[in-house]
Design a protein around this ligand. Structure first.
Ligand code: HMG
Length: 415
């Protein structure tokens, strides 16, 4: 029986900072960001969006045309959790209107959590082929202002419908994994920004890649030449180049030159260059970017490497299905990434410094340019979410943050 990805949809916040603007303010040559890191833009999350609203947008879009009654489980992978107890998946479940028989919970292992969810989903669908599982990865990558990590900031969500009708990619449950207790990147509960030992994190990533690959080859009997394209976890897109050349050193056939190797990863980087790091969803944005490129991928095997700091690496793969192009949301993604509003550096810094009250006091957000859901505010320590009517969409330019206004009449209320 085939199992794998039936549908995939990404969501990116509607504002971005061009890394040229960041470079100008930080007094850094923009080429360091554009070429050295391979990043052009980073998504900026307005105050009325968070991992719940981004995930709800991605899930709603991924489930278009799918009978909600077939959805058995919603798993939300994140390392930007909003609550220590309640799963962000529960809010998403309600916002998109999934049935009460559908389970909903949250998963964590840094940027590897999305893949952990996909593997659990594959096993569930193998056992119950009539059921579908939605795995959504939603994150806000956040580093300190002026730190080396800052240009690798990003945000967004990606939702995958895993089922026994894999219209896009048949996934293999045979994986190679590597786990080790290291401190390359982490975020203590009392901090809003990640802490990272940047150069060390790159070395650990490469080690996890090599070890996962070796385990994968042993498990599957496949080798480098069985794979047509490779998608990597992309904290910044140059990481794919570092990873792929590293892997190729001891596994690619002799005579395969640099250009041919870079060709194997090129199409899977386009979207990530524009969104920045999505943490748990990053490798699936890379996969979406590849599937929605000009490449002809039918019946071709794609290798997928997921890396989560701390750390765990997983290498696995799948075969792109005949007719997959018909089932992509290419136009929607192209428009979403193309129609975002550029933010001047000053507004980015104001948004960065804006934070929700931590003492339970009431706070209502202005309307920004968002997708179909927004975080209206916070009251009594509870986040208030609401659906957005199209005609109520805010103007593209960003209003000032932190204003107080009356709660919206259309807030989705609790029973
Ligand atoms: P840095 O020290 O600012 O950068 O930090 P650099 O000096 O190493 O420069 C970067 C590259 O730009 C270098 O190229 C320079 O030569 C080049 P390389 O040596 O790598 O080939 N460069 C230029 N190129 C063109 N024109 C110029 C120019 N100047 C310099 N004028 C670092 C870079 C990535 C360390 C930093 O941004 C950082 O700490 N980022 C966050 C951590 C990270 O992304 N780590 C990646 C692996 S860990 C991971 O992926 C997990 C993660 O997603 C989290 C999770 O799992 O939850 C992060």
């Amino acid at each position: 029986m085939k199992v794998g990805i039936e549908a995939i949809s990404i969501y990116s916040p509607r504002y971005y900072l061009d890394l040229k603007s960041l470079a100008a303010v930080r007094g850094i040559d923009a080429e360091k960001y554009y070429k050295g890191l391979g990043q052009e833009r980073m998504a900026v999350v307005p105050p009325d969006e968070d991992i719940v609203t981004m995930a709800a947008n991605a899930v709603e879009s991924a489930l278009e045309g799918i009978d909600f009654r077939s959805v058995d489980t919603l798993m939300l992978a994140t390392e930007s959790g909003i609550d220590q107890s309640k799963a962000a998946a529960i809010y998403v479940h309600r916002l998109v209107g999934l049935p009460s028989t559908c389970k909903a919970y949250e998963l964590k292992q840094a940027c590897c959590a999305g893949t952990a969810g996909v593997l659990a989903a594959l096993a569930l669908v193998q056992q119950h082929p009539q059921k579908k599982v939605v795995v959504v990865a939603s994150d806000i990558a956040r580093y300190g202002l002026g730190t080396p990590g800052e240009p690798t900031t990003g945000a967004g969500a990606v939702a995958l419908v895993i089922s026994a009708d894999p219209k896009l990619v048949e996934l293999s449950p045979d994986v190679g994994a590597y786990t080790a207790d290291v401190m390359d990147f982490w975020r203590p509960n009392y901090m809003d920004e990640a802490l990272v030992d940047g150069k060390y994190s790159i070395r650990v990533y490469l080690k996890a890649l090599a070890e996962s690959w070796n385990a994968y080859v042993k498990e599957t009997g496949l080798d480098f030449t069985d794979h047509y394209r490779f998608c990597y976890h992309l904290p910044f897109t140059r990481m794919a180049e570092k990873g792929h050349l590293h892997l190729a050193k001891y596994s690619a056939p002799e005579g395969m030159g640099r250009e041919a190797l870079l060709e194997q990863i090129y199409s899977a980087q386009r979207y990530n260059r524009l969104t920045g790091n999505l943490y748990a969803g990053s490798v699936y944005v890379a996969l979406t970017s590849l599937l929605e490129s000009q490449e002809k991928l039918e019946n071709k095997r794609v290798g997928l490497f997921s890396y989560g700091s701390g750390c765990m690496g997983i290498f696995y793969g799948g075969v792109v299905q005949p007719g997959y192009k018909k089932h992509l949301k290419e136009e929607k993604h192209r428009q979403m990434l193309g129609n975002r509003t550029e933010m001047p550096y000053g507004d980015y810094e104001v948004m960065y410094k804006n934070s929700l009250p931590k003492d339970g006091s009431e706070y209502m957000n202005n309307h920004y340019h968002v997708g179909n859901y927004r975080l209206a505010g916070v009251k009594d320590h509870k986040r208030i979410y609401e659906a957005v009517e199209r005609e109520e969409q805010a103007p593209r330019s960003a209003p000032a943050v932190n204003s107080r206004s009356a709660p919206s009449k259309r807030s989705v209320s609790y029973p």
